[in-house]
Design a protein around this ligand. Structure first.
Ligand SMILES: Cc1cc2nc3c(=O)[nH]c(=O)nc-3n(C[C@H](O)[C@H](O)[C@H](O)COP(=O)(O)O)c2cc1C
Length: 151
């Protein structure tokens, strides 16, 4: 069974809600296993076990949140050394922008190199039902593509 690993960083809970919604959407695709983890609990071994990764984090000070940056910094060389190439998707929670976080994440992930499976999803403002719906849809679409062997 293929594994979709969802890894998130959240300070005030917004990205955590989006990660949970993505997880619930992905679970609809029962042929794919889905696991959701905080960045602080995740490491290279979790990437090694995965077939794909969905990253969920906030924009902080025009950049990717520090927790997610720390995760990527910790796993960068170990992933390269293992030749890991995982398809990825990205959800960014932001107050009113989010583009700085997306740019930084894309730049870092292109170095692994991990290929994107979709345009990054930027969700601005307070968490809403629409945000959770879009997160769920992204999780489900990613899992469905994984199941079909598209990536
Ligand atoms: C220290 C800090 C810096 C932030 N900087 C930005 C920013 O540069 N651009 C933006 O759109 N939102 C910014 N925000 C707002 C957060 O991105 C937004 O509240 C997000 O939903 C928080 O997600 P989280 O609860 O998962 O951490 C900032 C929030 C904090 C606490």
């Amino acid at each position: 069974m293929k594994l979709l690993q969802i890894i998130y960083h959240s300070q005030s809970g917004a990205s955590a809600q989006m990660a949970r919604a993505a997880w619930q959407g992905a679970k609809a695709e029962q042929v794919v296993a889905t696991r959701v983890m905080r960045v602080w609990d995740a490491g290279t071994s979790d990437l090694v076990q995965a077939d794909a990764v969905l990253l969920v984090a906030a924009e902080n000070s025009g950049a990717l949140s520090g927790g997610m940056k720390d995760f990527l910094d910790r796993t960068f060389y170990p992933a390269i050394n293992r030749g890991l190439v995982l398809p990825y998707a990205l959800i960014i929670s932001a107050g009113n922008d989010g583009r700085g976080a997306v740019r930084q994440a894309q730049r870092i992930l292109s170095g692994y190199p991990f290929p994107p499976v979709a345009e990054p999803l930027i969700l601005r403002g307070e968490v809403s039902c629409e945000h959770l719906k879009q997160s769920s849809q992204m999780g489900q679409a990613f899992a469905a593509g994984l199941e079909m062997g598209i990536y």
